[in-house]
Design a protein around this ligand. Structure first.
Ligand SMILES: [Zn+2]
Length: 336
């Protein structure tokens, strides 16, 4: 409308208008400054601290608003997977429930653990190796993940990571972030569209902004959230007496299976979101936090850990794969 109005304006009127802008430019600049200042005020007045890690972050919505969104999302997930959900009495659902109960019982001192309505559902799909948690505390595990973990300690480590996402409010933080990015991009696109009014420009602009956003901003950001959930998850698992050494053992195993370990060429169809840190990095990072987690576990009256370090088990698996790969090189020769 602004562009059309300007195009239709006679030349002398345009000159009057431009003269008006020149004369009042200081006031106009002050106006723009005021808009930016109120935007900054909005942003900084919505900064909150994460529980446990005390990191400052922007939150745009109230927990009540988020709950409504959450309820809609939960219904949608149930609708999507309802034909594949295992019954609650199924051994797999019971197993996940048992591990989650142990995690929650060991962390009752955390306010956010008490505040959530926890539930677990197992989705019967062995081709997917994943688990996710809804911000409200509904945990979904794919049966492919249950096949992939060596024991309940590894399952506990993964579920502790998922529970951490929920208690740290990562879902709320994510949509708040998205909200602010949307405001900035929509304003920029609106401005661009004023000069180049074509639907194609709008479509290309949106796709381009999403692409730039994905590679430059959202990916490192979600990796940071993943690392935070790994760190908090390790401590939750330690307090609940799980064998915390299994976390780095699991991710090292994943690195080997997915071929990320440079010694191996073994290919696998295991896929993980690119927003997650690589399996190797994750394993190394968790290894670095192990001493502190073990100390925390020691202070929680847990029974002693098995003598054999699970990381040695994974190391043996790695050595075995190397041997098998070496033997494979000679076609038609059966080594005895
Ligand atoms: Zn995660």
């Amino acid at each position: 409308a602004l562009r059309n109005w300007w195009a239709k304006l006679p030349a002398n009127k345009r000159e009057v208008f431009l003269e008006f802008i020149r004369r009042h430019r200081l006031k106009l600049l002050a106006g723009v400054g005021l808009v930016l200042a109120s935007f900054a005020y909005y942003y900084f007045s919505h900064i909150q601290e994460t529980p446990i890690t005390k990191r400052r972050r922007f939150i745009a919505f109230t927990p009540e608003q988020f709950e409504v969104l959450n309820k809609l999302e939960f219904d949608q997930q149930i609708e999507t997977y309802k034909s594949k959900l295992l019954p609650t009495e199924h051994a797999d659902t019971q197993r996940v429930g048992r591990v989650v109960r142990q995690l929650l019982a060991g962390n009752e001192d955390i306010e956010q653990i008490k505040r959530h309505d926890w539930s677990v559902s197992v989705i019967n799909d062995e081709s997917v190796m994943n688990a996710f948690v809804m911000p409200s505390g509904n945990i979904f595990v794919f049966s492919g993940l249950l096949k992939m973990v060596d024991n309940d300690d590894q399952l506990g480590m993964i579920l502790a990571h998922e529970i951490s996402h929920a208690i740290l409010g990562h879902g709320l933080e994510n949509i708040s972030h998205q909200h602010i990015v949307d405001i900035v991009f929509i304003s920029l696109l609106g401005f661009l569209w004023m000069f180049l009014p074509s639907d194609l420009i709008a479509a290309i602009g949106t796709a381009f902004s999403r692409f730039i956003l994905g590679i430059s901003f959202m990916t490192p950001y979600s990796k940071m959230l993943e690392t935070e959930a790994d760190e908090v998850g390790l401590m939750l698992a330690a307090k609940a007496c799980f064998d915390v050494r299994e976390a780095s053992a699991f991710w090292h195993k994943m690195a080997i299976i997915s071929g990320a370990d440079p010694v191996h060429q073994l290919q696998s169809s295991v896929e993980f979101l690119a927003t997650h840190p690589s399996h190797e990095k994750r394993s190394e990072h968790l290894d670095g936090l192990l001493a502190e987690a073990l100390k925390c576990r020691d202070g929680c009256h847990c029974s002693a850990l098995p003598k054999e370090d699970p990381r040695e088990r994974v190391q043996r698996m790695r050595d075995q794969i190397i041997r098998l790969n070496k033997d494979k090189n000679i076609e038609g020769v059966l080594k005895i």
